[in-house]
Design a protein around this ligand. Structure first.
Ligand SMILES: Nc1ncnc2c1ncn2[C@@H]1O[C@H](COP(=O)(O)OP(=O)(O)OP(=O)(O)O)[C@@H](O)[C@H]1O
Ligand SMILES: [Mg+2]
Length: 356
């Protein structure tokens, strides 16, 4: 039999539900994706779209009120089938995560050095001195000045940006094969942000590390990620190579998201266009497309029938009945403009400018 490479990550129909006093919410709603060795994918989407819940679920972290269905395989291993002994080494070594809030991963009463070396001594069985040297090296790699001094400090003595870099160093300490980084550079200035993203690129190349980069910012995703997944209300709305996504975006949500965020090469007078309306109430999700109420293309089908994520051409997937750049999409927009309102009741006044 011909040898096939096992994907680094295979997620199949992942769903995460939370029980809340007001009812059950579905924070991740049927996400499937595959990530190859060395490959990087950026997951983008507005606040509350389920990016962090998705990320944490991949390393088997679920809040007490959560339940999960669907399978997660990392390096070919189903994470539900790991023995207790395997589990201890699996997360941290096979897959590690940089959490959105650095304080989640830092122990406030332990020095940075102890926290950084702990995992290396435990998982990699390193001696104290070796782990110490490596920790200093890691701090240097994430551009922390005077690393030796920082090793002796406590988390509260570091600035927010520095703490964020420490948790990146911690996640990299055991040379994970899959790194899940949830907004790893949000609190950092542009130069340091670039340095960290460059470092992650180098590690991917050197160690065949795969990367899931979660970000609010399509601009950060562009040029950094091989593929981009656009998430909304717990679902993937569009999934494509970064090149295809920018050259040929199909989902009206992707387009609206891109137009709502500032980009560094945008002229300062360029207007940003906030996405009208709000994400749906997850306690009472709409029957049809989750974006229909805010979408300029929305037709009766969109209100009634949830579109599936389908592959249109070579690895470009989208979940939309009336995609941007298609004759159906253009006709839908024209109908709504003539009517002055979409099928979901979103007014399209004259001042609102052309989308397609
Ligand atoms: N333990 C929980 N119980 C109930 N709801 C939860 C729980 N954890 C997360 N949620 C809800 O799940 C949804 C998705 O949250 P998540 O943190 O994944 O969003 P996000 O895309 O990471 O947003 P941001 O960009 O602001 O970080 C939100 O509506 C959130 O309130
Ligand atoms: Mg988040």
């Amino acid at each position: 039999m011909a040898a096939t490479t096992t994907p680094m990550l295979e997620v199949d129909d992942l769903r995460v539900r939370f029980a809340t006093p007001a009812g059950t919410i579905t924070a991740v709603d049927g996400v499937s994706l595959t990530l190859g060795e060395r490959e990087s994918i950026a997951i983008v989407g507005e606040s509350g779209s389920g990016k962090s819940v998705f990320a944490r679920t991949l390393i088997n972290l679920l809040a007490g009120n959560g339940t999960r269905t669907g399978t997660i395989k990392i390096g070919g291993r189903d994470i539900d089938e790991l023995s207790t002994a395997e589990r201890k080494h699996f997360f941290g070594v096979q897959a590690a995560m940089v959490f959105q809030d650095p304080m989640t991963s830092l122990n406030p009463v332990k020095r940075i050095g102890a926290q950084l070396t702990e995992a290396m001594r435990y998982h990699l069985k390193m001696g104290k001195e070796e782990a110490n040297d490596r920790a200093v090296g890691l701090l240097r790699q994430v551009h922390i000045p005077s690393p030796e001094k920082r090793m002796r400090q406590y988390p509260h003595e570091l600035s927010g940006g520095m703490r964020q870099r420490v948790v990146i160093a911690m996640a990299l300490a055991c040379e994970p094969r899959l790194l899940i980084a949830d907004e790893p550079t949000t609190a950092l200035d542009v130069t340091v942000q670039k340095a960290i993203l460059d470092l992650l690129d180098d590690l991917r190349a050197e160690r065949n590390m795969s990367l899931i980069l979660i970000t609010h910012d399509l601009g950060v995703a562009e040029g950094r990620a091989d593929r981009i997944g656009v998430m909304y209300a717990g679902r993937l709305m569009e999934l494509a190579t970064a090149k295809d996504l920018f050259a040929d975006m199909r989902h009206p949500y992707t387009q609206a998201l891109l137009r709502s965020i500032p980009s560094t090469d945008m002229a300062s007078h360029t207007r940003l266009h906030p996405i009208p309306g709000r994400p749906p109430d997850l306690l009472n999700p709409p029957q049809g497309c989750a974006f229909a109420a805010r979408c300029r293309h929305a037709q009766p089908e969109c209100v009634d029938i949830k579109p599936n994520l389908l592959e249109s051409s070579g690895d470009h997937w989208y979940a939309c009945h009336f995609p941007v750049g298609t004759s159906e999409g253009r006709a839908a927009l024209e109908r709504n403009e003539t009517a002055g309102v979409t099928a979901a009741g979103l007014p399209l006044d004259e001042a609102a400018e052309e989308f397609v």
